[in-house]
Design a protein around this ligand. Structure first.
Ligand code: FAD
Ligand code: DHB
Length: 392
């Protein structure tokens, strides 16, 4: 087999890259090690920045997003029993976020791919990129027990945080900045009408809680928990009791309860690898960087990466210029570190560290009080949360 760009991973990054390249007449093969249903049903992100929304609508995959996505002009920050509104749109000259499940994004991109004749192979094993610096880039893999080799011009490593592309780069060529947080998130989807029309991020002495949503009938909620906890150790009754405690506010607001449709625990990590390129291999999305989910930045960073990568590849195929390919990593890292800073700040302010002291608690409350009383501080939150322009 031969193609121009071999894309490893059919998450949002790999699928969007395939879509953007297709629109420019550039051929790709997408290799995914899981099955189609697994990829569609994986419940994860829900917050899209304006840049992500614009990318989807501007490239013809935003029709359902326009119909079903929920535009939110602000968020609430809750602590000490009070909810405080951050009017994001007013503070940023009209920028907002849109709630639309990551699995809906993936479904829309899979539909777009199916409308092309370009290959997307599910259930492939042992994906190994090679020839990255010898002028013969290729990817070997197994499909239905057969050994296959895909020759290409470039390899895009879009295979997420546990993918294999990053591991083929010699350690001496890579700087890795990594830390696991000593806590995780228990996330649930509940069949319950959202009781607030905007998200509520809550700091509580028992730990962080987040109220979000997916539709007019489905609420999405998260609770800080231990990093390796078994979701089955949390009964529905225990989950609701903990959510009601941590989200309690004196104005009487509370999340509606309903049947728990899905629950899972995710550990929290941060990771940056530098550079995002090795020879003909380009890393994009979670393969290159992981942010803790508190700032809702991961999916949006992945989209910004592949937009830049698609532009750079298009320039290469149109006139042989490698200028944008050479700038890909530095530009991506600038955006990544800004997102890391913001996600670190949100995470530190809103979670209870297992070894946190009474001093830390008081410091966090002081930080939150300053945040909700200062227009400058709220503007800083709002412009980062709504998302920096994709060009930055
Ligand atoms: P992935 O979605 O991980 O896709 C990688 C794909 O590669 C997968 O399909 C995987 O099966 C495949 N793969 C892996 N290894 C191989 C291999 N060896 N060979 C072939 N294929 C392989 N981000 C936001 O922006 N907003 C949010 O609100 C938000 N909330 C989140 C909430 C939670 C609970 C979590 C866990 C994450 C959240 N994120 C959020 C982060 C977001 O989900 C990720 O950043 C996003 O999925 C990254 O997309 P990706 O395509 O880079 O990686
Ligand atoms: C959601 C996820 C996040 O990480 C976040 O910060 C806000 C909302 C969500 O899944 O809806």
């Amino acid at each position: 087999m031969r193609t121009q760009v071999a894309i490893v991973g059919a998450g949002p990054a790999g699928l969007m890259l395939g879509h953007l390249l297709h629109l420019r007449g550039i051929d790709s093969v997408i290799l995914e090690n899981r099955g189609r249903d697994y990829v569609i049903e994986r419940v994860r992100a829900g917050v899209l920045e304006q840049g992500t929304v614009d990318l989807m609508t501007g490239t013809g995959v935003g029709e359902r997003l326009r119909r079903e996505g929920m535009r939110h002009d602000g968020i609430h920050i809750a602590f000490n029993g009070r909810r405080h509104h951050v009017d994001m749109a007013a503070l940023t000259g009209g920028r907002a976020i849109t709630i639309y499940g990551q699995n809906e994004v993936v479904k829309d991109l899979l539909d777009a791919r199916a409308g092309t004749s370009r290959p997307l192979l599910f259930d492939v094993d042992h994906v190994v990129p090679s020839g990255l610096t010898d002028g013969r880039p290729r990817v070997s893999f197994q499909k239905d027990g057969d050994h296959c080799e895909l020759a290409c011009d470039f390899i895009a490593g879009c295979d997420g945080s546990h993918g294999s592309c990053r591991t083929v780069i010699p350690p001496s060529q890579l700087q890795v900045y990594q830390r696991d947080y000593p806590f995780g998130w228990l996330g649930i989807l509940a069949h319950a009408t959202p009781s607030s029309d905007q998200l509520v991020y809550s700091y509580h002495p028992r730990g962080f809680a987040l109220f979000s949503m997916r539709s007019a009938e489905v609420t999405r909620l998260y609770l800080q928990c231990g990093p390796d906890e078994d979701a089955n150790g949390w009964s529905d009754d225990r989950i609701w009791a903990e959510l009601q405690t941590r989200l309690h506010t004196d104005d009487g607001w509370r999340p509606n309860e309903g049947a728990v449709l899905q629950k899972s625990v995710t550990g929290m990590r941060r990771l940056v690898v530098e550079p995002m390129r090795y020879g003909r291999l380009f890393l994009a999305g979670d393969a290159a960087h992981i942010v803790p989910p508190t700032g809702a930045k991961g999916l949006n960073l992945a989209m910004a990466d592949v937009r830049r990568l698609a532009d750079a590849l298009a320039a290469f195929y149109s006139d042989g210029s490698e200028h944008q390919l050479d700038a890909y990593s530095d530009r991506g890292l600038r955006r990544t570190w800004r997102a890391q800073r913001f996600s670190w700040w949100m995470t530190t302010m809103l979670h209870r560290a297992p070894d946190g002291t009474a001093f830390d608690h008081k410091r966090q409350i002081a930080e939150l009080e300053y945040l909700v009383s200062s227009r400058a501080a709220m503007t800083s939150l709002a412009e980062n949360y709504a998302g920096l322009p994709f060009e930055d």
